[in-house]
Design a protein around this ligand. Structure first.
Ligand code: FAD
Length: 549
């Protein structure tokens, strides 16, 4: 606690009278920071700070890179801008030297402004200067680090755009298909692959999500040869396991073949996850979880696929990554989720990437701009995609086999869809075939007792459910329809060498755990996946306990 006399010595509070200083002394927190320690992180709820001693650096996450933007010296105050504008902290502040700081919460800043006209004038003048500085900053800061030149009908181009979106890396995209159509010099969809420039440097050869990830500075190679736990898959379940594992002191590696977030990362708005009353986009949730896991010390390698998991004779696991790299681990967590189910309808396969897409990504917004699009499927993911694409497409048609959307979609989505004029729901309707030339042009639809109807279509998004793809895992791993059995479901004990039964989320291979959508009998939700990911860490501690003694 700072005394009224000590507070009086700071410039901003020197104008306060005895009574106000007494009041302030009872409200103000007195913080001590070591060099490098963070006072506040970008995006956190704001507070008002006065630097009593030392110097601090202001850093900002600009397009995925942490950049130093300014410094604070003794007697500087900050935080008033976000409190008065009711926003989160626009930047992070960390101590450069040992610092002492006074912190007031937002209500106390308001009270201070009410009590002291002199303090208020000083704060408002600084606020004014800062608003002007923000204006200058907005003119200088680059809009994107990545420029993509590629066709909307190129799968690789779409995958890279999705990767950038999910990682919240803004990019500029020149759609060559649009240019080609305008000039009519080449057939639409002529597929020479995208060309990509990152920070004014062109990735070599044919760009892939890995070369782009490397160029942007994401980790793509594990730093160690062995870990206490390796998590396969960076959806909500894997990310939760990484956060809890790293925060509880385990050496954790998470391997994700694409970008963090999994299926949830492709959701335009998750409205039923606890703590977000207005919903949160999948990208936002994934990025927060990714940063949280990294902050706790988890290693996350992106754009790498686990190809093999094998139990060694000493009870540890060998994890084989693509590119023939092998990592050792005492325990592993399979959190690989599910993949979109394929639609076996004539013609559909030949237009994949050229009008037909599995799943609906935010990166597709530009692709559907001003188009007539169809979504086949009636689950929550189709509902979210319809609502999202309706903001960009001319017309969105949901093709539903059942009598009613309510049979398969949450009521809140059904209610919203009803209110959107350019979304049409066609029930008891079957997709019979797709037709086109260089890209999709039309769909043939069937309804019981009615003639087949041909409908012009620019895009078809297939969202008819998902399956667990686990055939790459060891044959001895017990599965049911591809989904991995755990805990009480385990009946095959051929490779079980322990006297105890498997833990709740443990497979029939000791030390190999399974969480989230890929687990047999799991509830396919973000919250349950997060719950399972965190629970698995607790079981891993119990599993490792005897080896630590
Ligand atoms: C469009 C959409 C909207 C949704 N909306 C909601 C919602 O509003 N509320 C809700 O509760 N639920 C929602 N869900 C369901 C929810 O997203 C899933 O239940 C949840 O994401 C499952 O998490 P998971 O971590 O188990 O698997 P996933 O999210 O599927 O993640 C698995 C990850 O593993 C990676 N992977 C797979 N194999 C490998 C490998 N061999 N090597 C490395 N990485 C690998 C994948 O790339 C993927 O990133 C939605 C789903 C979709 C598709």
């Amino acid at each position: 606690m700072l005394t009224p006399e000590e507070l009086k010595q700071t410039k901003i509070f020197s104008c306060l009278d005895e009574q106000d200083l007494q009041w302030l002394s009872l409200q103000a927190a007195h913080l001590h920071l070591e060099p490098g320690e963070y006072l506040i992180h970008e995006g956190e709820p704001a507070s008002f700070f006065v630097l009593v001693e030392g110097t601090a650096e202001v850093t900002k996450d600009i397009l995925g890179r942490t950049v130093g933007v300014s410094r604070h010296q003794q007697d500087d105050f900050f935080g008033e801008l976000s409190i008065l504008m009711a926003t989160a902290a626009p930047a992070s502040v960390r101590a450069r030297t040992a610092c002492r700081v006074v912190r007031l919460n937002p209500q106390d800043l308001q009270e201070l402004i009410r009590r002291s006209a002199a303090c208020s004038a000083s704060i408002m003048q600084t606020l004014n200067e800062r608003v002007q500085a923000v204006q200058q900053y907005m003119l200088q800061v680059p809009v994107s680090r990545v420029h993509i030149v590629g066709s909307r009908f190129d799968d690789n181009c779409r995958e890279i755009r999705t990767f950038l979106n999910t990682n919240r890396v803004p990019y500029h995209w020149t759609d060559t298909d649009r240019i080609v159509r305008a000039k009519l010099t080449q057939p639409v969809g002529s597929n020479r692959g995208p060309s990509i420039v990152v920070d004014n440097v062109q990735p070599v050869g044919q760009p892939t999500i890995r070369s782009v990830a490397k160029a942007l500075g994401f980790q793509t190679v594990p730093k160690r040869r062995s870990y206490e736990t390796v998590i396969v898959g960076g959806g909500p379940a894997g990310l939760a396991a990484a956060v809890y594992g790293a925060s509880e002191g385990l050496r954790v590696l998470l391997v994700e073949r694409k970008a963090p977030g999994g299926q949830a990362g492709s959701s335009s708005r998750i409205e039923n996850y606890l703590g977000f009353p207005n919903g949160i986009s999948g990208e936002d949730l994934s990025q927060r979880a990714f940063k949280q896991a990294v902050r706790f010390g988890a290693e996350i390698v992106l754009t790498r696929e686990v190809k093999q998991v094998s139990l060694r004779s000493d009870g540890t696991y060998a994890i084989g990554l693509d590119g023939e790299e092998t990592i050792s681990t005492k325990t592993a967590i399979i959190a690989t989720g599910v993949d979109w189910r394929k639609l076996n309808v004539e013609g559909v396969d030949s237009f994949i990437g050229r009008g037909v897409f599995y799943g609906g990504e935010r990166a597709d917004a530009q692709t559907v701009m001003g188009k007539r699009i169809f979504i086949v499927g009636a689950g929550n993911s189709s509902g979210q995609a319809a609502l999202f694409f309706a903001n960009y497409a001319d017309e969105v048609t949901l093709l539903v086999r059942g009598n009613d959307l309510k049979q398969s979609m949450s009521q809140y989505l059904v209610d919203k869809i009803r209110l959107v004029a350019n979304i049409h729901v066609e029930t008891q309707t079957y997709l019979l075939s797709a037709e086109g030339t260089d890209c999709l042009h039309a769909l043939y639809l069937g309804r019981t007792g009615q003639p087949v109807e041909r409908r012009n279509a620019d895009c078809l998004f297939v969202m008819i459910g998902a399956d667990a793809v686990t055939d790459w895992l060891p044959d001895v791993l017990q599965r049911r329809n591809g989904y991995i059995c755990t805990g009480g479901e385990v009946t095959d004990f051929t490779h079980w060498r322990s006297h105890r039964p498997p833990y709740l989320l443990e497979t029939n291979l000791p030390g190999l755990f399974c969480v989230g959508d890929v687990r047999n009998g799991s509830i396919k939700r973000v919250s349950s996946s997060v719950g399972e990911g965190s629970m698995a860490i607790s079981f891993i501690h119990q599993y490792l306990e005897p080896t630590r003694a």
